[in-house]
Design a binder for this molecule. Structure first.
Ligand code: GRF
Length: 208
């Protein structure tokens, strides 16, 4: 059984969708821990209710990013994960920490990368007049919100959309694609070559 550690900072709805799919679909994996950098992250409640180990590594308790990264890595490594899943984890990790989990750390970003890396993606997509928005699951590299793309979902930007309505439409897709991408990983169905990820079972890597 593969061991999954999930990192969150807040609501944790993506974490929840992964936990539910993992048990509901009988993946060859367990979510062994949920770690938050914020003590008040709402998602921790769900993890505790599910009997999943939780820990908090509060970034505010550390003087430097390196010190935070080291403590976070220690908390992650205590659970010996095969895969680390960032699910709304709102801290940027340094290169050393990212390298430690190379090819075994996933993130979801609410845009069609490489467009709109960083914050306020929905607002920026609307302001740019985009007709298409979406979400991307990718392997984490030391470049923020970049890295080999595993799976993308696209949704229309409708006239009259605001940040909230667009983010809700995108989030509903996130809850579909993130569990799927994590399942592919734990089932050994992902190959990366030259920065391009292939799903070896022939499942579509684009959801429309
Ligand atoms: C999601 O939109 C995710 O793509 C972004 O932050 C949000 C987290 O939501 N990185 P949740 O905590 O998973 O509900």
């Amino acid at each position: 059984m593969k061991r999954i550690v999930i990192l969150i900072s807040g609501r944790g709805s993506n974490m929840r969708s992964i936990v539910e799919a993992c048990t509901g679909e009988g993946w060859p994996a367990h979510v062994v821990a949920v770690i938050s950098n914020r003590p008040d992250a709402a998602g921790l409640v769900f993890a505790v209710e599910r009997g999943i180990a939780t820990s908090i590594v509060d970034h505010q308790s550390f003087a430097t990013r390196d010190a935070f990264d080291a403590a976070l890595a220690q908390a992650i490594d205590a659970h010996a994960p095969d895969l680390v899943v960032m699910a709304g984890f709102m801290r940027v990790l340094g290169a050393a920490c990212v390298c430690r989990y190379e090819a075994r750390m996933l993130n979801i970003h609410p845009s069609l990368l490489p467009a709109f890396a960083g914050l306020h993606t929905h607002r920026r997509a609307i302001e740019a007049g985009c007709k298409l928005a979406g979400a991307t699951v990718h392997f984490v590299t030391s470049q923020l919100d970049h890295g080999p793309i595993v799976l993308q979902a696209a949704v229309p930007v409708l006239s009259g959309d605001d940040e909230r309505s667009l983010s809700e439409r995108v989030l509903a897709m996130e809850h579909g694609i993130y569990p799927r991408a994590v399942r592919w990983f734990v089932e050994g169905q992902l190959r990366t070559e030259g920065g391009v990820v292939t799903q070896t079972g022939g499942e579509p890597q684009l959801v429309l």
